[in-house]
Design a binder for this molecule. Sequence first.
Ligand code: ZN
Length: 347
Amino acid sequence: MTEQTALVLEEKGKLSIRDIDLAQSLGPDDVQIAIHTVGICGSDVHYYTHGRIGQFVVNAPMVLGHEAAGTVTAVGDRVSHLAVGDRVCMEPGIPDMTSRASKLGIYNVDPAVTFWATPPIHGCLTPSVVHPAAFTYKLPDNVSFAEGAMVEPFAIGMQAAAKAKIVPGDVGLVIGAGPIGVMTALAALAGGCARVMIYDVVAEKLQVAGQYDGVIALNPAQPVDAQVLEATGGWGADVVFECSGHPSAFKTLFATPRPGGCVVFVGMPVDEFRFDLVAAQAKELRMETVFRYANVYDRAIELIASGKIDLKPLISGTFPFEQSVEAFDRAVEARPTDVKLQITLPG
Ligand SMILES: [Zn+2]
């Protein structure tokens, strides 16, 4: 254990910047990373404001943050694909590589997976971390630390697009224009959609999303299903991504895909609720669910480096580490024009 400074969630509603003991021993397959940029995620904010997400409860002080990029400062004996000085981003989930889930390639649903800033595991809002090299990815020179820290949330959009099995020329629809919704729309375009409509009840969020070529912001004041049918000659969208997690979205959800289309459930509703399964069965919809991501980081980085995906317009504000608490309080405000807030660490 090494004592080092970090942004610590002491308990629900109480953050502090202070020294805390963190495991820092470098195993043969690990790398040590000086953290440069960390994005604030909705989950970090939810632990701050509610002290829990479902079964995960903050019972002891926990370091926040899981969307990170930085520079390698040491490598374990068996690490060959990374070297000191490499700029990298990290997958925050660490599975048991011998598990059945990992062997199937679905390590994101390994029951033994540990994930940064999911109780009781500490996150990465601290100057230095040790992480498995296998889940640490080199950033090309033209990808900034800020973009590197966006790979984590973008990976969820990538997972959703992959699960949708998009065919070139598909018409997409995203419901919910928060950070994940916008990044899902971009991944769907990169995955072959000809156009992606996006809907939200908050007009400002749609303005951010609608800046992108190929992303069509729908009218927040009109029902989404009528607009989608109008825009598709009454047929419906080929692939629909539910990214709001809001029960009200389910009232018209199954009216938006075409017969035989696909609905990917990305947003996570807070509570149980009822929905009309028969409306989905009557169209023989294919339904997919997304929990984090697996095997998409390399491809996410390729798309960003190629210039096909530009996440920079989604970074709404950057705070120095000393102002981490202010940054979180700004995130709690949930300004509709804020997409992603980031924190940068000194040195
Ligand atoms: Zn996140």
